[in-house]
Ligand binder design. Sequence first.
Ligand code: C2O
Ligand code: CU
Length: 484
Amino acid sequence: MLTRRRALAVLGAGLATPALLSFARKSAARPLLQPPPKPAAPAVYDIALEAKARNVKLLGPDGPESTVWTYGDELFPILRLKRGDRLRATIKNSLAEHTSIHWHGVRVPNDMDGVQYVTQRPVEPSESFMYDFPVPDTGTFFFHPHCNEVGQVGHGLAGVLIVEGDESRAFDDEVVLIAKDWRLDPDGSFLPFSTDSGAARAGTFGTLRTVNAVPKFMRKVPAAADIRLRILNLDSTRMMDVGIEGAEALIIAIDGNPLEPIALDSWRLGAASRLDLVVRTPKAGGKILVRDYFPAEIFNLAELEAEGPERRSTSFDPAPLYAPILPQPDPATAETQAFVFGAASDSIASFIDTLDPNDPLSKVILDELCTASRTFWAINKRSWPNDGHRNLPPPLARLKAGKSYRFTLQNATPHPHPIHLHGHTFKVLGSSKRSLPVHYADTVLVLPKERIEIAFVATPGKWMFHCHILEHLETGMMGYFANT
Ligand code: C2O
Ligand code: CU
């Protein structure tokens, strides 16, 4: 078995110690191209998504069945739209508990953001709700519920949203890799999704790793071709070091946002993050391994075997993607705010007292489903309330729509936290520990003792801000901004 250290040595590329991994190096600059205008008459994409339970054999064809929750008839449905299209997705709730859909990373109007009690009423059992919004940006996104996330996502409730229109020249093939672990007993039933010892540390890990819901994902790909890989870390907990063996690979987008291509050595992908690669496949019969070097024993995310006639004879130099079109934060006027991700201080009461009585949200009652009964974590010493029928806490801050902000995200814990801001695509400016390329993202991994700087232009509405290790957000590491 190849160890991680040895694999990194094999990958070579002059990497430093793992702690200082630069993860990626820039290849010859290939600037992004200016995108064509959005079509004048966007298409409307109607889809019905029924949240329901169904049985699948996650433990193999001869194993027992497990009752998963899905949107529709399969695990992880993939919706494909083009930039500017209008998505009309109607969720019908056939579960026994309320739910909603959050469109992770998509810059939706606030009332389409899918957060129970904050942006909409919960969709109760047997009720329906239609999400209706234009998709403004190209990229690899996903969607998931936002209450009892540990349980609902733990059962498999999630889907992928791909917004096309970023390729200036089409690739030869595309492979979507959805990584998600499951907490299963050998009899096929689910183990408790959360444990105190997990929630209070790096999270409770699954017992079975899968990609596209199988333990060993294999696929044929065209030979000597430029193929696009869309890798989604939809696990509730896991962090991965993604690398490729058997092919040259370039990072072309992070969280769906194109960047100048970077040669991939190994990229650390936290929960909820996405990575788009373009890979030149080998000659027919050759194999590519998509690997996760993070665990002690390397995990293969996918094995891709080349077949058929060779598609390209020129050297590997894929056409760059179109540049993202995002509001540009202004460094000169940006207001700086600091956020410390730490352990909970003991008092929930401290912020219940500070509620603004004029905020209509203060009248909204939270129910037990949205909260765990334990509090371990906090943002700036404030924990999301954990005790059922309480009022919504005051926002972490009230930002001005249209104004630029620069956030310092400081991890004061010994565990990594993938931090997600709803409704905005922010610019990751840099890290105190790693050399990261400047890039756009909606979720950024903040490692222990690391400080990450991000910047963005605020938009109006109430936007959640939380760790995407689902047990962490449910045990306190969540807040929101109220922007006007
Ligand atoms: Cu995928 Cu509130 O997040
Ligand atoms: Cu966390």
